[in-house]
Design a protein. Structure first.
Length: 365
């Protein structure tokens, strides 16, 4: 870096850095930019929960509201948050703002309306998913004011171009954390990683697992109840009802997910709605073949059907079970597909993806 070159202030805005795919990607980006001397990195956390689950660099400047978001006074708390965002970001005066999360992006764009601060927004969920009448209308009104819109897949861009009056779109996949191989022994395990929420459909995967002729195999579900949904108890009851409760393991929230990737043989992904499934990429980097439902965006950008895994028409449980059974019965094919997975996912290497973000939100000024 040229000593005379001024330091550039960058502002990253997200509701929280709790455990989650979107939050992990934001933490990776924060650390990437914080390691570069030409940037001063600011993080604004403004949601209900403002704690940081992921490790981020010490030189990142963090801003949080000095009030608690009171759900019983939602309108008042939202207005206070609006003015907190506007006041805080204007004071930082960054060259760029990067905001993550659909309805959250609305709040940031509205808070900075009328300023000349360039705001880049990144939608992280299924691109055609409704956020409710109010937020859908706000997106149509506010997204044209964004400096740029980041989509995670080509399918998402096609949908966004029909939704928003904008011409500055950029496809950037998530940086995939490369899982380092270990000397741990792989057991007869099918793994899924994801929060225990309805859209992830772990209950459907339990039903699929019950169809398999694989008495010496286990299904491990890494995740936790979320969004006020209490699904684990119901899904445990389902496994008991299907007489497989001794082979279905609810592993809970895990910081060391690498252990599970490195000791499993197959990754199954039953989600019905995705933006970009980080865990699928992580599983592929751990050399696991993946069987996944082909929901509208995400899995098809990562999995080459019949080569690195299998894409299953949404909620075709019988075909999903057939493909899992095929891998179980053909260990050589299972190993070959796992190797192809690892080769393919290399294009989503962390430094490359972070540089794509840098080129878009910094060089695009």
């Amino acid at each position: 870096m040229n000593q005379n070159q001024p330091i550039k202030d960058l502002c990253f805005v997200i509701h929280s850095l709790q455990a989650g795919g979107m939050e992990r990607v934001m933490s990776e980006l924060l650390n990437f930019f914080a390691a570069k001397k030409q940037y001063r990195v600011h993080l604004v956390l403004y949601g209900i929960k403002r704690d940081v689950f992921y490790t981020i660099a010490e030189n990142i400047i963090i801003y949080r509201p000095d009030f608690t978001f009171d759900n019983s006074k939602r309108l008042q708390s939202t207005i206070k948050t609006h003015f907190f965002l506007r006041r805080t970001i204007k004071k930082i005066n960054p060259i760029s703002v990067l905001s993550f999360g659909e309805r959250w992006n609305n709040m940031v764009l509205l808070a900075l309306y009328g300023t000349k601060i360039p705001v880049y927004v990144s939608d992280r969920a299924q691109p055609d998913k409704s956020l409710g009448k109010l937020h859908d209308k706000l997106r149509l009104l506010l997204y044209p004011n964004a400096k740029g819109i980041i989509a995670q897949t080509q399918k998402a861009v096609v949908i966004f171009k029909n939704m928003y009056k904008h011409d500055n779109f950029k496809v950037i996949g998530n940086p995939i954390r490369q899982i380092q191989s270990t000397n741990e022994t792989r057991s007869n395990t099918i793994l899924m990683v994801g929060r225990y929420i309805q859209s992830k459909q772990q209950n459907v995967l339990i039903e699929i697992f019950a169809k398999l002729n694989a008495p010496d195999w286990k299904l491990i579900l890494v995740g936790y109840d979320h969004l006020k949904q209490k699904n684990q108890h119901q899904w445990e009851a389902l496994a008991k009802q299907l007489n497989i409760s001794d082979r279905v393991i609810f592993a809970g929230k895990q910081e060391n997910v690498e252990h599970y990737y490195n000791t499993s043989k197959i990754f199954a992904f039953s989600s019905a709605s995705e933006g970009f499934p980080n865990v699928v990429g992580e599983a592929m980097s751990a050399q696991l073949p993946v069987v996944a439902f082909d929901c509208i965006a995400g899995p098809s950008d990562l999995i080459v059907d019949g080569v690195s895994g299998f894409l299953i028409p949404l909620n075709n449980k019988d075909l999903f079970a057939q493909k899992l059974q095929f891998l179980i019965d053909h260990p050589n094919e299972m190993e070959s597909m796992g190797k192809k997975s690892k080769e393919f996912i290399a294009q989503f290497e962390l430094n490359y993806i972070c540089t794509e973000f840098e080129n878009f939100i910094v060089s695009n000024q």
